[in-house]
Structure formats: C-alpha cells, structure tokens
Design a protein around this ligand. Structure first.
Ligand code: ATP
Length: 358
C-alpha cells in the first residue's frame, strides 16, 4: 500500500494535525484513547472531511483541499471495519454480506464469502443471534464483498472478550493474508498491533510522534509517549551527565549507557523484563526493597522501592518481571538486595511537550 496522509481537522476541543507516508502492507496506528486514531481512519475513508490537506492512496488522490478534490466514500475503494462491526440488525448474515455487492454478481460473491468465512451454517441468522467472533467474520465478509483496495480496521477486537481474542486474531490474520489486502489498523492494544502489523505509527493528542518498524518501536522507542504506549513501566526523569552517562532522577542513580546521550534527553526507561539481579560493586545497580509481588500464571511481577529512599515517591518504584521458573530457582528463598539496569536495554527518551508521569 502506498498511503500518504497530510491533514488537519479541528474541533472545539481537539485538533488532528497529522502527516505520515507508508509503503507498508500492514501499518498500525498506536495511541491512547481520544488521541485521534478513529478520526484519522474516518478522514481516509471519507466519512469525515478534513479542513485542509491531502490524502493519496496507491497513487489516487482521495482528498486535496487545494484542488477541491474529495472523492465520496463509496468510490474510495476502502473497507472500514468499525469497532462494533455496524451490521444491519434486521438483515440476515447473507443479506448483510450481499448488500455491498453489485446486483449482477451478488449471489456468486455472497456464496463464495459465506464459504470462505465459514458462515454457511449461519446465513439465515440475524446479527443478534451471532457470537462476537461470528459478527466479526460477517463484517469482514461484507467489506470484502465490494473488493476494496485497502482495509481500515478500527479496534477490530475491542468488542470481544479476552478468552476469544487470541483465536480470532489468528483467524483474522489468516483471512487477511488469504485476501492479500493492504491494511491500516488502529488500536490502543500494543499486543494486537505487534501481532498484526510490520510498521507502526504512534500518535498522541492528534499529532504523529514516531514511526518505525515494530521491533524498533517496541525495543528502542525514542519518545516518552512511545515507551509508555509500548508497555515500558519503568521511566524516570533524566538529565545528561556526559556522552555515555545519564542521571535517573527518580531512581537517584547515575547510569552508564551504550548509546550516546544527547542534550535533549528527558527520561530514561527500562522494560521490566530486562532488569537483572545485581551486586553492589557492579555498575548501574540500585539497592532495593521488595514492596509487593504479583504472581501470574507464567510470571511474577515485583514492585521494588529504592532502599533508604528519603524522598519516597510513586515514580521511584520499579517493576521487575521474572519468569516463574527463574523465580522458583533463584529468588524464592533469597531475594536480591540490588538490581542491575543493563546498559544495552536502557531507553533514552525525549519529549517535545511537558508531560507528567502518572
Ligand atoms: N464530531 C466530533 N465533534 C467533536 N469532537 C470530536 C468529534 N469526533 C471526534 N472528536 C474528538 O476528537 C478526539 C479524537 O477522537 P477519536 O475518535 O479519533 O479518538 P480515538 O483515538 O479513536 O479514541 P478511542 O481509542 O477512545 O476510540 C476526541 O477527543 C473526540 O472527542
């Protein structure tokens, strides 16, 4: 998919001012609730008209405020899958799918999609008589019935309970691969986006923050907000000490780094799974007390406070995640007095706006 978006849309309390280009098969947009994800999709689909800007999909100009181009939604060849699937409640599964096809081919296309989405047995049912996963399959089949060039998926799994999610995610991935469509998907779930997409754009308060390959975005984010949205729980305010040393203010420790510390650094972060037990003499160690532990089926999460932390604050807490197996062998009997923050996993984060860690 070649997609170029450069648009502005203003509401009383919100401004979407976003620009990005993508040549990826599957692009994900990650952002917190209310940051403008759905609005971006609606502008691309043509349901919402931006005040200014340009949208080009696969070489075709869909919107250009300067040239007065605004292709109607039904001519954009875009399939938009809404969060709630938006099926017609008074139509059967067959009718819901068939409504998107032209009359001439309606029967043959609907028959094919009913079969491909394993909906044959359900074709006479109404949406209210279907499970969440079945509704999702009907919605996908309905979109594909009019052969769109690109699919826009808006939180496609938000209506499903977590038990079903994993299986349905895999099903949808398989279906989408089979149909070979370009996809733009938005979600506030980092796991979902990681599973589906190769490339991720992070947005916050209506603006693009960072884009990159999903591994880069998750393993080595550059911005505070990206680190937060990709699940980094340990973030401290920071100041540069030298080229390869930074002070983590909230953890009261100087950390040596592998990467060069730039002047614009504002925070340092460490993913909870990369923390290690440490020894006093090692570099990048912090003396800690165990304040709480949260045991899950495969992992244990330890909430750590710094020893003798006179300025005890919530921000100085660290979360350490350890695989259950490792915990049983190593820490169940004697908990370490120090943790180590490995150089190679330290995130050096910038932030354009002032943001409070909460
Ligand atoms: N028609 C509208 N009138 C006024 N404000 C709007 C309108 N549509 C959206 N907004 C505002 O734009 C902002 C972004 O909305 P959007 O639906 O894109 O959020 P989102 O990132 O998809 O959030 P969520 O994950 O909760 O669905 C929100 O603050 C919302 O209130």
């Amino acid at each position: 998919m070649s997609l170029s978006v450069n648009i502005k849309k203003k509401y009383k309390n919100f401004v979407l001012d976003i620009h990005f280009n993508s040549n990826e098969r599957c692009l994900g947009i990650l952002g917190a609730s209310g940051c403008g994800k759905s609005l971006t999709l609606k502008c691309i689909a043509g349901i919402v008209t931006p005040e200014e800007g340009k949208i080009v999909l696969n070489g075709k100009v869909l919107f250009d405020s300067k040239l007065g181009i605004n292709i109607p939604p039904q001519q954009r060849k875009i399939g938009l899958l809404f969060q709630n699937y938006a099926l017609f409640p008074n139509m059967t599964v067959r009718e819901n799918i068939g409504i998107s096809c032209n009359k001439k081919n309606r029967k043959s296309i609907t028959d094919r999609l009913l079969k491909e989405f394993r909906l044959n047995q359900l074709e006479s049912r109404y949406p209210g008589q279907l499970s969440g996963g079945e509704q999702q399959r009907v919605a996908m089949a309905r979109i594909l019935a009019y052969d769109p060039e690109a699919l826009l998926l808006d939180e496609p799994f938000s209506a499903l309970d977590s038990y079903l999610k994993e299986e349905l995610q895999q099903n949808l991935i398989d279906f989408l691969r089979k149909f070979n469509k370009d996809i733009l998907m938005v979600s506030h779930s980092r796991g979902e986006l990681y599973r589906f997409c190769d490339y991720i754009a992070v947005i916050d308060h209506g603006s693009l923050m960072e884009t990159g390959n999903k591994r880069k975005i998750f393993e080595d984010p550059e911005k505070f907000i990206t680190a937060r949205l990709t699940g980094c729980r340990n973030i401290s305010r920071a100041i540069r000490i030298s080229d390869y040393e930074v002070r983590a203010i909230d953890w009261s420790v100087n950390l040596h780094t592998n990467k060069r510390v730039e002047d614009n650094i504002r925070y340092v972060g460490i993913q909870s799974c990369y923390i290690k037990p440490g020894e006093q003499h090692e570099e990048n160690t912090i003396p800690i007390n165990l304040s709480d532990s949260l045991e899950g089926p495969d992992q244990v999460k330890f909430v750590l406070t710094k020893q003798e932390d006179a300025n005890y604050s919530h921000n100085s807490n660290l979360l350490w995640t350890v695989a259950k197996q490792e915990w049983r062998h190593l820490y169940q009997l004697k908990f370490p007095e120090y943790i180590q923050i490995p150089k190679e996993h330290i995130l050096l984060l910038t932030e354009s706006e002032k943001r409070k860690i909460c």
